[in-house]
Design a protein around this ligand. Structure first.
Ligand SMILES: *Cc1c(COP(=O)(O)O)cnc(C)c1O
Length: 360
């Protein structure tokens, strides 16, 4: 079976963990500091603050950016639950926008219609490693005076006109969950170009203190351990090569699969293919599920990200009219695109997709 996703852990990661274990210093320390400094090179030299998860990073990012109870933050409903959870955990209200059916990212035209006097921020998600319409969000941000906060959990090395994900918002958060384009076991990185926001993030992640026992604000413990940071540092060095491999795999699939809609790449953008997501058209999840079953029978794993729009999850339970979101939730399937695929795996995937799509 070709798995839908596969984290790559090698001897270097094992040695890095062992180095930390032998040091006897396990909690946040020099490895975290080095990881933050090294990650900064991927986001135009911005301040980097490591966290124990991407979700913590998003949550604390809102607090550090001054988002409060009563504020509204516009997010896509077509995303992982953490996108909206982090808004709600910060005390604000997530307002769900529809997606652009071509890019699968939040639709800036719809976002603009949702802006009210309570809107304080917009959080685009760089879904599947395809950068959101950041040029449009920058216009909207200056026109209405709202902040941009990026959910870059899937956006490692995705770019628009040479600018990487993470270089647009007042802050942006990357995730290092094992299925992401690089991992630390668990973890997140908040990046910002604002020194005050960075300082507040450092306070919030550590009980509100910069100097021990001099707590300035009420804070959390969302620190990353040196064990996780050591893994992350090794993976960060491999990220450019892995991203290139994902892009090569995607190019192969683009030119060999038929009968499903292949991913669109926005002009000027570099897709980093966290997921390679196709559309099985027909507006029915039964058809999509039959497609996936056919792939499984041919030894090809696949996944649905995401089967239920966030606004309809029990946790939010809202009735909204987001037609493009509803349609994509029924039609999307992500195929394996990870860097461990061999040429023969790619051929197996393409053959399986073509056979099954033709049979539906
Ligand atoms: C993975 C992910 C998150 C959360 O990251 P964790 O590190 O798992 O907490 C948030 N948003 C999106 C879009 C994600 O894919």
């Amino acid at each position: 079976m070709i798995p839908a996703a596969k984290p790559i852990i090698g001897d270097e990661e094992r040695e890095a963990v062992d180095r930390v274990l032998r040091s006897g210093m396990l909690a946040q320390g020099p490895e975290v500091k080095a990881f933050e400094e090294e990650f900064s090179a991927t986001v135009g030299g911005r301040h980097c603050v490591a966290m124990n998860s991407g979700t913590s990073g998003l949550h604390l990012g809102f607090i550090a950016a001054g988002i409060q109870r009563g504020d509204e933050v516009i997010v896509p409903s077509f995303s992982f639950a953490a996108t909206a959870n982090s808004v709600a955990l910060a005390g604000a209200t997530p307002i769900f926008a529809d997606i652009d059916p071509k890019t699968f990212n939040m639709d800036p035209d719809h976002v603009e219609t949702l802006i009210t006097s309570k809107t304080k921020a917009i959080m685009p998600v760089h879904l599947y490693g395809h950068i959101a319409a950041m040029d449009r969000y920058q216009e909207i941000s200056s026109k209405y005076g709202v902040k941009i906060i990026e959910d870059a959990a899937q956006g490692h090395l995705a770019s628009l006109n040479g600018r990487n994900a993470g270089e647009f918002g007042i802050c942006a958060t990357f995730s290092f969950y094992p299925t992401k384009n690089m991992t630390a076991g668990e973890g997140g990185m908040v990046v910002t170009d604002d020194a005050e926001v960075a300082r507040m993030l450092r306070l919030l992640r550590n009980q509100g203190q910069e100097i021990r026992y001099q707590n300035e604000v009420v804070g959390f413990n969302t620190r990353m351990t040196d064990i996780h940071a050591a893994i992350g540092r090794v993976q960060l060095r491999k990220l450019p090569g892995w991203t290139k491999q994902r892009q090569d795999n995607a190019a192969y699939l683009d030119s060999h699969i038929k009968g499903v809609v292949i991913p669109f790449v926005q002009p000027g953008s570099t897709h980093s293919y966290h997921q390679y997501t196709v559309r099985v058209t027909g507006a029915s999840s039964e058809k999509r599920d039959a497609f996936m079953k056919g792939l499984t029978e041919r030894g090809v794993g696949s996944g649905v990200y995401y089967p239920t729009p966030i606004h309809r999850l029990q946790s939010f339970n809202l009735t909204l009219d987001l037609p493009e979101t509803e349609l994509l939730a029924k039609e999307c399937v992500s195929l394996p695109v990870h860097p461990s695929l061999s040429q023969s795996d790619l051929e197996t995937i393409a053959t399986a997709v073509n056979e099954v799509a033709a049979s539906l």
